[in-house]
Design a protein around this ligand. Structure first.
Ligand code: UGA
Length: 463
């Protein structure tokens, strides 16, 4: 199939490479000349395990190309994916300006040679399927003003479907090839058939797995869920909101565990074994972050607001998370009493491991708060130091290139992001160079015994 993917960001690029790997001719359209230049050379401008090699491989196979010509790519395509960004506006609503520009441009580029399927892959509010359809029609009309579409047998024919994305940063390729489900919202049976055909190798798991993304043991077929447009849009928001709520629940229980002398890790295990609850996303810590959870929860609240519908659970999900980020500050105060003049080392900056993404990262909130309270902040992230320095020039952090240099002269070290290399640090070595031997485990991933054996004080979350 000929595919056009508009927007070569996280979702667009991964989607493009995966569909190309499955044997489709994919043209990825990227408006930023800087990003386009890198991609044409096979250089991925952000960190995602395996993606660099994968993109290079699919370019070399001839199935993936990059362009800035939306018109040319749309004209060739059978299926057109919209995968541009929808960041949050200050009021919590998503900024749909890129979707708007792209939808109209698609309309302007369509011709009557075949019926196109336009796929909303970007996370967009409920009702956006209809809105995109209207914008594409406007683009069609602006390009070729005619009195009535039906009067032109050659006039462009298209349908809009919603195909939300559920991939996680850090495991984007694996999530794309081995998803829990594929959701397609459509009002057109033919479009559903085309989408099912496109995803057939994934649904039936008939493709040869890439060497770096082996098929998980016992992984079989993937449910293909067909819904109406609005339901597909709501599935995306609800899934992220539910996951965020689950984490906030674990964090709220963590606080209670500390009061009553229980251990949230044991509680999470005990409740997670109930299949109706499930054990994933119950890890208490410094809270959730990233580009999706906060954005999607607030977009969902905005939709509800339009209908004067209360969203108490969503509000609590956000407020528990805001409070949770500062729990480590409280622990530092309990142990060190005064934070003014202290030096605190942050292990990890990215919002989670295996990514250099700093959007809504708890580490940034913690760093700002510590600086506000008069402490000095050092940080070591295996991939995100440089990006943090660029994005937050006013954040007075001393960046370090190892855990040992980080620990030097620190009054406390706080693990914020659970990068694998932090799990087995040489605590004895670190303890020797620290001013005060305090370790706050903001993700409950360290061995308390190892830290204590090194003569240090260990504080976790919820135990
Ligand atoms: C999330 C969803 O998991 C994806 O399904 C979705 O496609 C994606 O958003 C999106 O909308 O694009 P992502 O933001 O990449 O993916 O990261 P997650 O792995 O979901 O983690 C989100 C945050 O929750 C991280 O800060 C992580 O540290 C935190 N977390 C996760 C916890 O604090 N505890 C947990 O138990 C799990």
């Amino acid at each position: 199939m000929d595919i056009c993917v508009i927007g070569a960001g996280y979702v667009g690029l991964v989607t493009s490479a995966c569909l190309a790997y499955l044997g489709n001719h994919v043209t990825a359209v990227e408006a930023s000349s800087e990003r386009l230049g890198s991609l044409k050379k096979g250089i991925v401008p952000f960190f995602e395990p395996g993606l660099q090699e994968f993109v290079k491989e699919t370019i070399e196979s001839g199935f993936l190309t990059f362009t800035d010509s939306l018109e040319g790519a749309v004209k060739k395509a059978d299926v057109i994916f919209i995968a541009v960004g929808t960041p949050s506006l200050p009021n919590g609503e998503p900024d749909l300006s890129q979707v708007m520009v792209v939808a109209r441009a698609i309309g302007g580029a369509l011709d009557g040679s075949k019926r196109r399927i336009i796929v909303n892959k970007s996370t967009v509010p409920v009702g956006s399927g209809n809105w995109v359809e209207m914008l594409v029609s406007q683009g069609v009309q602006n390009a070729q003003p005619v009195p009535a579409r039906s009067a032109r047998p050659e006039s462009p024919s298209f349908t809009v479907v919603s195909n939300p994305e559920f991939l996680r940063e850090g495991s984007a390729i694996t999530d794309s090839f081995y998803p829990d489900r594929i959701v397609v919202g459509a009002s057109d049976d033919n479009a559903v058939d085309v989408m099912k055909n496109l995803y057939k190798p994934i649904i039936n798991q008939t493709f040869e797995p890439p060497s770096f993304a082996p098929r998980p043991a016992a992984f079989q077929t993937v449910p293909f869920v067909v819904t109406d447009l609005a339901s597909a849009e709501l599935i995306k928001y609800s899934a992220n909101a539910f996951l965020a709520m689950k984490i906030s629940f674990a964090n709220e229980i963590a606080g209670l565990c500390e009061k009553v002398g229980a251990d949230v890790r044991q509680v999470a295990q005990g409740i997670g074994l109930d299949y109706r609850i499930g054990k994933a996303f119950l890890n208490a810590g410094v809270g959730w972050g990233g580009s999706c959870f906060g954005k999607d929860v607030s977009a969902l609240m905005q939709v509800a607001k339009e209908y004067s519908y209360p969203t108490s659970l969503l509000e609590a999900t956000v407020s528990v998370n805001e409070r949770q980020r500062l729990v480590v500050i409280k622990k530092l105060q309990e142990e060190l009493k005064i934070l003014k003049g202290r030096t605190v080392g942050l292990l990890g900056l990215s919002f989670k491991p295996d990514t250099d993404d700093l959007r809504d990262a708890p580490a940034i909130t913690i760093a700002y708060q510590l600086l506000k309270m008069g402490a000095s902040v050092k940080a070591f992230d295996p991939v995100a130091n440089e990006r943090c320095e660029q994005l937050h020039p006013n954040l007075e952090i001393t960046y370090c290139d190892s855990a040992l240099t980080l620990a030097q002269d620190c009054d406390a070290v706080v693990l914020v992001t659970e990068w694998a290399l932090f799990r087995n640090l040489d605590w004895k070595g670190l303890s020797k160079v620290m001013r005060w031997p305090l370790v706050i485990d903001g993700r409950n991933v360290l061995s308390e015994q190892d830290v204590v054996d090194a003569g240090m004080t260990y504080r976790g979350i919820g135990h």
